[in-house]
Design a protein around this ligand. Sequence first.
Ligand code: NOJ
Length: 565
Amino acid sequence: MAVNIYSIPWWKKTTVYQIYPRSFYDGNGDGIGDLPGIISKLDYIKESGFETIWFSPFYDSPQRDFGYDIRDYRNVAPEYGTLHDAEKLIEEIHNRDMKIVMDMILNHTSDEHPWFVESRKNRENPKRDWYIWRDGKKPNGKAPPNNWLSQTGGSGWHYDPSTDQWYWAAFLPFQPDLNFRNPAVQEEMLEIMRFWLDKGVDGFRLDILGSLFEDADFRDNPFKFKLLPSDSDQGMLFRSSEMTINHPDTIAFTKRLRELTDEYTPTRFMVGEVFGSYQSIRAFCGTPEAPGIHSVFQFKTFETPFSYEGFLRLLQESERWFPDPYMPTWVFSNHDRTRRITILKNDVRKAKLNAMFQLTVRGIPYIYYGEEIGMRQVDIPFEKAQDGLVSKFLKYPKWMIALLQKLTGGAINRDGCRTPMQWSSSLNAGFINNIKNPTITPWLPVDLEYKKINVEETKRDPDSIWHCYHRLLELRKKYPALAIGTMNIFAPGILPKNVLGYKRSTIVNGKEQKIYVFLNFSKKEVTFSSPIHTPKILSSTTVLTVPIKKDEITLTPWEGIVVHK
Ligand code: NOJ
């Protein structure tokens, strides 16, 4: 059946660039990134080829979890700017024909939010039931109400002596969970989303969405033989997470979220941060007849080795669980994880191959700021860490923290992936505009390699990682098959060992557009006879690619190519 590529909603064919506002560009010279700074750099994002920008939160916040602890959902943190700046940001993004997706933290607020300040005052307070309060275990109530763990380890219950009760926090103690079983909370959170939708934002990334509802009877999580949490199973410390994560009532609530966004034209969009098996995360998207949110992050990528077998499995599973009309997502870096190029041992060839995979398979790619220029993880010692999560672990011996940091993919001290964007080889990597006071330094140190790894440098070198991203992003716009086409994977054995190949195709103006991708997941050069006649190279991960002769394709080590007839 012919598909009208123009009637496909924008979010299905877009590419997303994630900005961590604190670290993108400091427009006012105080060492902290801000909205006017970001506005001044929008042309760079457009020029790179990205189509949508997702912003980590810039709402008013005490910043103990850098904005994931909100004090006022309808305002902007003063260090980032004003509400007027946010409106200007939305407008300027739209002026450039791009979309804007905001982070929305429904699950919890800051403990400094006026609702929580009220809620903890006394048991009779009208806001008491906006959060989750329980008596402790009998006989004297000095033990947590049940065995539920927070996602950061340890009990998620926190004792409040003034009212002699415990409140629940799925993440850090200063982020109390809202009580989604209270209809007033549901209404208010939907109103907040409406506030931003009315301002023109095109969608939301929904923070720890799977944690909205817990078991209504507060039953213990059953025993599970599992020590550490993983992306596909949040059970840990020998407890499952079934009473606290991905509860059926949370899945049901996604329908309300969808009803809200469906009220708006042009189409708005949501992507959920959820964890669990493919089956459990797909449930958040509902069914075509009864849709939930539009898409969910597929974090399996973080657990998968960079190999032919690993990436083949990723693709097969993604296609199996997210066939059309679902749309998969592809993410390899974000503000919580070790930077991708560091995982790939700073091998630029691998980073480019990773990019080609991400931008040519079926799905929505999410690229974390700086990933497109090969920014690396910066080693920031625990003692100097700014990340609020670290305080929870400081009581442990150093070797244990280091081990946990490794085992969790850098999720304990997240500073290292949040360092300032490297714009140029000038002071502080050009992160701070117009330094009036030379004692001002960026809020986190810049990577010492910034003179080599920065936007200006990378643009100068046609074989750089940025040019590779740029070529691929432009290719996706030119060839709809890459953005929205069907996907057929070459079965193992058809192509040489370690070469992953697939075909993307769609009908354009009555003709089938077919694009083939071949990725060499090995350190050996490989030559093979092309499965299609007279292929032409549309893009390669390297300018040093070997031209195709007599239908013979040669891929240099870790090279990927996109071809068509
Ligand atoms: C997930 C976010 O990605 C992370 O940065 C944040 O700390 C937690 N949710 C809590 O909101």
